[in-house]
Write a new protein. Sequence first.
Length: 270
Amino acid sequence: MNFQLDAYDIAYSDLGQEILHKVGQDIYGEYVGQLSWMTIEEYRRFIARLAPTPESHVLEIGSGNGAAAVYLSTTTKARVTGLDNNESGLRLATALAKSKGLEGRVDFRFGDAARPLPFKDNSFDAVFANDTFSLIPERPTLLRECHRVLRPNGRLLFTDPMVLVGLVTSEEIAVRTWAGASCLTPVGENERMLEASGFEVVSCEDLTESVVLVARRQASAFEKYRDDIVNNLGQEAYDGLTSSTGMAQTLADQKRMIRVAYLARKAVTR
Ligand SMILES: C[S@@+](CC[C@H](N)C(=O)[O-])C[C@H]1O[C@@H](n2cnc3c(N)ncnc32)[C@H](O)[C@@H]1O
């Protein structure tokens, strides 16, 4: 069984979205539909660093229900293309863009980011991926693909919530990765892979505090809506969700597993 796709299938089902909309406000305060560790303050900072203009074309990898892509286009007027391998997420995303009157500015494609990206060379001004690269062990290929599809001087910003800086047991990893197959990254490896792919690393920001904050709020929200979640998704899902969130908080709090945002630039070759 592919647990990763099952978890996203649940999240992107009508029921999953209904529950997420109930808990979203409690977890993020300002909730735009994200399904990650990303707070809206953080997202505004990411967008400022990518600096898209109305003439820019941005690619979001792991666009899920389309909320982040729609927010980006609404706030900057940039054109955005989202790529995801979850059909239910793509359906939600397409419907969301349509409901906001953004057809033509925001579009979504089915695709596996572990494989060559279905876009021409030098097509995008920026590539963004939030909490998605940790789901893709083929990251060297993915980074080379991001480099290929970016225009010279184009920017890549991605977060990795699974950077390993301390000792973590196999049991802790199993609980933490309950929601799906993931790839843990030794500290320093993303920078090395970025440079090996032709990127210049501009900045690395430690965002572990967001995991602590969001996980703590998630725990309270799950408790508050316990009956709803158990009745709709089952006890096993409730237990898995709460244990995995608790483990994320512990590992982040103790700085054994950190979340980092990497900003890189496609250097111009002479
Ligand atoms: C943590 S969610 C992030 C969703 C959204 N970007 C956000 O910030 O809320 C990760 C997304 O990556 C997608 N994903 C996972 N593996 C993928 C792959 N190999 N190719 C494309 N998308 C993938 C999942 O379907 C999911 O929508």
